[in-house]
Design a binder for this molecule. Structure first.
Ligand code: 9MR
Length: 332
């Protein structure tokens, strides 16, 4: 009997539909599994090999940001962004745009602007960049990191915020007009715990946008984690989803190693799989050595490109039984 039971349990743990890559296993429930890509690494064979094999969604790590795409006023450069887009699309992958409006990584000329002229420059930037990629992107992080850290639940001070509190909705309306086919996301960090004031602030904004018909389709939880995951992480995903927007985990990385890191990756993956509105997960890089926080070894592949315990943990969760499908609608 004991042997029979073990066999049954093993069979249940590897369902007939189990897939052997992150992208294929996520696709079984209508989701994607993505990574951030740096144009400067596209000549690295190990890197590109893992990228092509494992991932079904790509985000340009820096190449579609404001400083990269508009280095001088109304002069646009899309070379590196296009390189990432074309590499991904040639491999049948989809692409998330990151990001149209942010207080960070602004070109110098924009950092020095304010008031109505900055507002005009913002609208022009969104129109031109989203227009360039029109019809080719799955989603855009329209606005990135606009809420303050700490307990206020309010907006972050920035030159963009000082143009008027309506700058975020203007950005979303402008993006919708420029690329009606892309899902439009608000993206931020430290909005993973439902009890955080920052999460509540973003929630109130999304609720207000939905009530007033401001076009918004998704919330990006960046999910840069230390060695712990908030206990109410799934609640956050669920609650945003109940507002009628998708939730995307957009920049996942988790400090640590071994079984503890693997368990944290499992929990994050399972939280997404448990909520229909969670459309997919993107990790913020491929190998630990590619990460912006390399010393914390926060990714799924080691520096040599080997799969870590965290990789197997994510793959097993994606292939596991407790999965709520993500409805893949034709339009947003
Ligand atoms: O990973 C990106 C790194 O290469 C850049 O130097 C940095 C500059 O701000 O941006 C990093 O990506 C950030 C992302 O665009 C927004 N969320 C936080 C990410 C990590 O800093």
């Amino acid at each position: 009997m004991a042997t029979l039971f073990t066999t049954t349990a093993l069979l249940a743990a590897t369902p007939a539909g189990a897939a052997s890559t992150l992208g294929a296993s996520a696709a079984q429930s209508g989701r994607y599994f993505g990574t951030a890509v740096a144009a400067g690494r596209l000549g690295d064979g190990t890197y590109v090999g893992i990228l092509n094999r494992e991932f079904s969604m790509v985000t340009a790590e820096n190449e579609m940001k404001m400083d990269a795409t508009e280095p001088n006023p109304n002069q646009f450069t899309f070379g590196n962004g296009d390189r990432i887009l074309n590499q991904a699309r040639s491999q049948g992958k989809r692409v998330r745009g990151h990001t149209l409006a942010w207080h960070g990584q602004q070109p110098g000329w924009m950092q020095r602007m304010e008031g109505p002229s900055l507002r005009s420059a913002l609208v022009n930037h969104i129109t031109k960049v989203a227009g360039h990629y029109r019809g080719q992107l799955y989603a855009w992080d329209v606005v990135n990191e606009a809420f303050a850290d700490g307990g206020s639940g309010g907006r972050r001070d920035s030159n963009l915020q000082r143009t008027g509190n309506d700058w975020i909705e203007v950005a979303f309306r402008t993006a919708r007009a420029a690329d009606p086919g892309a899902k439009l996301c608000y993206n931020d960090y430290n909005i993973d715990s439902w009890s955080a004031a920052k999460t509540q602030g973003v929630y109130r904004m999304v609720k207000d946008f939905k009530a007033r018909g401001v076009p918004i389709d998704c919330v990006g939880l960046q999910s840069h984690f230390g060695t712990g995951i908030p206990g109410d992480y799934q609640t956050t995903i669920q609650r945003f989803g109940e507002l009628g927007v998708d939730v995307q985990i957009t920049e996942l990385d988790i400090a640590g190693s071994g079984t503890q890191q693997a368990e944290n990756y499992r929990r994050v993956t399972q939280a997404c799989l448990s909520v229909a509105r969670c459309g997919g997960i993107t990790v913020w890089g491929i190998r630990d050595t590619d990460s912006w926080r390399a010393r914390e070894t926060p990714l799924l592949f080691d520096g040599a490109g080997n799969k870590k315990a965290a990789y197997n943990s994510v793959l097993n969760a994606l292939n596991g039984g407790s999965v709520v499908p993500h409805p893949t609608a034709a339009t947003h």
